[in-house]
Design a protein around this ligand. Structure first.
Ligand SMILES: Nc1ncnc2c1ncn2[C@@H]1O[C@H](COP(=O)(O)OP(=O)(O)OP(=O)(O)O)[C@@H](O)[C@H]1O
Length: 723
């Protein structure tokens, strides 16, 4: 196997190395060496690294523990076509990705057009390289002309240049009308568009990963003819992979790869001649057999896959190509350097690329009306659903009424008439039926009045001291089904409101005698009857826009990555920062329209709005597709909970003390239980003196001072009595 190394090295290395290699090769597979081979190869291959468009030296690349490229040496001569051949899975695509700089090598050295890929200031990736990946890597919503314009913008071509190239490529590649949508093209036509995108800017290096798959023989021949023509100038080099081994005879050099290593490299004729084969395919088979025999002699399994090729690692001499122009010695590696200005320019995002990516997003959106509706109308639909379905008072709640008073002028009848009939449906029943009904789930509550309710209540109101029987008989008894808290709370509220209206009606200015000493004043913000939808709306707007942004970002990245589009853009010179920025700006635009529509809709249709989302920036910042997906799932509940939709954020424990802006009670006369929880942020008052409250209900003169006035968000004491 290493015999040809000797030949190769003799041409490129110094005398000392050459002798060493000769000894190594003779010891291993001298029978592979044909006497005149060396001369043939030397004649057709470049003489040193300076002439090579691509130089790979001892390149290793692994995916996890699996070594895909193993001490690979390869040299693509300047101005020639290099056919990279090998069975499926041998690592060709991986090698090409390393060459264009989208994959990093684990070890070794690669030089492309004079510098390592992605070296600051180097246009690989960039306009010097045209890359056609194995996947189609085309935006299916684009037309042919959109596709070429997009890559033209990235490569900095003027629209005139792009148009001229588009016309040429459409004609040359026998493509349909330039306004045809990519998604409507046949498989072969799509591949040709993909090839056109790689040829667009007349790159100095063309990297084509199986460009002829699915292309008919006539066009295949035409493509090869074109490649042969463009390399004639000596300025363009091509590396091409193909499964049609025979078509690679048109290449100037072929490299035969197996198990992550190059088995041979040379002109097609030389390779065939060396193996006494009539075709390249036979030569390749022969080479594989020879390599397997050598492997089995060493005890390696030939079909052992890439993992087994690692066993060759301990024999560096045997991992070198059988035939080839070899790399120079490590000392010959040029030193690359770039000053800080070049480095800074290299990392700075280019507006040209960002604009190209943003135009791409807009064109795609325009071409996908379904997705456009999804993006802009879905938030409106979701918010409408929340407005319609969440927060309204329940209607038609069946409540059993057990009224043991029969007189129509009784207080109980009067009180029941104040009960809100739109929410509460009263069903008059006897005691047994009512309790059977509530146990069977037919009623949400039972309201009961004793037969002496009217007289006992009057007594209660008039006397200073009453018996327990009077107290009990003069009370409204309510049994609730508390399995649904919202309904139970609503029922409690309705009964209290009915009682308040009843005493106001019956007692007028004397109603203070039986009313609770708490007066709900006109709220500072909102209204007395603010519904839950108003409260939930800001949180809903926030979470809906947030989730859509996260979801769409994740989706677009996943799709672009899966279809190879992201790789293609990177090879064209787009950086990840530019991709993120373009996405950020596009999403910002989309979110702005979404919010505008949401606000207009809420204002015009539901007439209520309060806050706007903070989370938009965060959603745009999560840009890695996997993280975005996980974040979309992981953030869902925390966001729902933290947005306060389910329960007020004020209930979240903040720390040991509810200090700023929180009511502190001084604890006089057992008042604490009357006031809301001290953590309630809206309560800003300090009750410092409250003793007069005790006498307020019995001495009418202190009525106002004896009530705690709650104004929506603040506790205040009226007329100085409490202060
Ligand atoms: N992202 C990845 N993660 C893990 N393994 C990978 C990844 N990409 C490729 N591989 C593995 O690396 C090996 C080489 O893959 P590669 O795509 O380079 O082969 P190939 O020679 O181009 O094959 P084909 O001709 O079928 O395209 C394969 O075994 C493949 O499963």
């Amino acid at each position: 196997m290493a015999a040809e190394d000797a030949g190769r090295d003799a041409a490129t290395l110094g005398p000392a190395e050459s002798t060493e290699m000769d000894e190594r090769s003779t010891a291993t597979v001298s029978k592979l060496m044909e006497g005149n081979m060396k001369t043939d190869l030397e004649a057709s291959l470049p003489s040193g690294p300076g002439d090579a468009a691509i130089q790979c030296r001892d390149v290793d690349r692994s995916y996890g523990k699996m070594m895909v490229l193993n001490k690979l040496n390869l040299s693509v001569p300047q101005g020639q076509i290099y056919g990279l051949l090998g069975p499926s899975g041998c690592g060709k695509t991986t090698l090409l990705k390393c060459i264009v700089g989208t994959l990093k090598i684990s070890r070794g050295h690669i030089s492309v057009l004079g510098k390592p890929p992605a070296f600051p200031g180097h246009h690989v990736p960039g306009r010097m390289v045209g890359y056609m990946p194995q996947e189609l890597a085309l935006y299916s919503e684009f037309t042919i002309s959109d596709t070429l314009s997009f890559f033209g913008r990235i490569h900095g071509l003027t629209s005139k240049e792009t148009k001229a190239r588009t016309d040429f490529l459409i004609d040359f590649l026998d493509l349909p009308q330039k306004h045809s949508l990519v998604r409507n093209l046949s498989g072969g036509q799509k591949r040709r568009v993909s090839l056109g995108a790689a040829l667009l800017q007349n790159p100095e290096l063309l990297i084509l990963d199986e460009p002829t798959v699915g292309v008919d023989p006539v066009l295949r021949a035409k493509i090869w003819q074109h490649l042969v023509e463009i390399v004639k100038t000596g300025k363009v080099s091509v590396i091409i992979t193909t499964h049609y081994i025979e078509e690679a005879r048109q290449a100037n050099v072929v490299g035969l790869m197996r198990n992550g290593r190059l088995l041979a490299e040379g002109t097609p004729d030389a390779v065939m001649k060396m193996h006494n084969a009539a075709t390249l395919e036979h030569a390749f088979l022969h080479l594989c057999e020879t390599s397997d025999q050598m492997g089995s002699k060493r005890g390696d399994s030939p079909e052992g896959g890439l993992e087994n090729s690692q066993s060759f690692e301990s024999r560096p001499d045997e991992s070198l190509p059988i035939l080839a122009v070899g790399p120079g010695t490590p000392e010959e590696l040029p030193k690359y350097s770039a000053d800080w200005k070049v480095r800074a320019r290299h990392v700075m995002p280019k507006w040209r690329n960002i604009a190209a990516l943003m135009i791409k997003t807009m064109v795609r959106m325009k071409r996908m009306p379904g997705s456009l509706c999804f993006q802009f109308l879905l938030p409106v639909i979701q918010v409408s659903l929340i407005c319609v379905c969440i927060g309204a008072d329940p209607k038609g709640i069946q409540v059993a009424v057990v009224n043991n008073e029969t007189s129509p002028s009784s207080y109980s009848q009067s009180l029941l008439s104040f009960l809100d009939n739109s929410s509460v449906v009263q069903v008059n029943l006897n005691h047994t039926e009512a309790f059977e009904g509530i146990y069977n789930g037919e009623y949400w509550g039972v309201i009961g009045f004793g037969e002496n309710f009217t007289s006992y209540l009057t007594k209660r109101m008039m006397s200073r001291q009453v018996s327990r029987e009077v107290l009990d008989g003069g009370s409204i008894h309510v049994w609730l089904d508390l399995t649904n808290q919202q309904i139970a709370l609503m029922l409690q509220k309705k009964v209290y409101e009915a009682f308040q209206s009843f005493v106001d009606y019956k007692l007028g200015s004397m109603s203070y005698m039986v009313a609770l000493p708490i007066k709900m004043e006109e709220p500072i913000y909102g209204s007395q009857h603010t519904d839950f939808s108003t409260f939930v709306m800001p949180g809903a707007v926030l979470s809906i826009t947030f989730f859509l942004a996260v979801g769409l970002t994740a989706l677009s990245f996943v799709i672009e990555r899966k279809e190879g589009l992201m790789d293609r853009c990177w090879v064209a010179g787009v950086s990840s920062v530019e991709t993120m920025l373009a996405h950020f700006f596009s999403q910002l635009f989309i979110i702005s329209v979404q919010i505008l529509l949401l606000l207009l809709f809420i204002l015009l249709v539901f007439k209520g709005v309060t806050g706007i989302s903070f989370g938009l920036v965060i959603s745009a910042a999560i840009d890695d597709e996997q993280n975005a997906n996980q974040a979309a799932l992981g953030i869902f509940y925390p966001n729902l909970i933290l947005s306060g939709i389910i329960w007020p954020v004020e209930c979240i424990p903040m720390g040991s003390h509810a200090d700023d802006g929180v009511a502190r009670l001084c604890g006089h006369d057992g008042l604490e239980h009357l006031l809301p929880h001290p953590r309630h942020r809206h309560l800003k008052a300090e009750v410092v003196k409250a003793s007069s409250l005790k006498t307020s209900s019995t001495e009418g003169t202190e009525t106002t001072g004896g009530a705690i006035h709650l104004c929506g968000g603040e506790v205040e004491a009226a007329e100085g009595t409490l202060w």
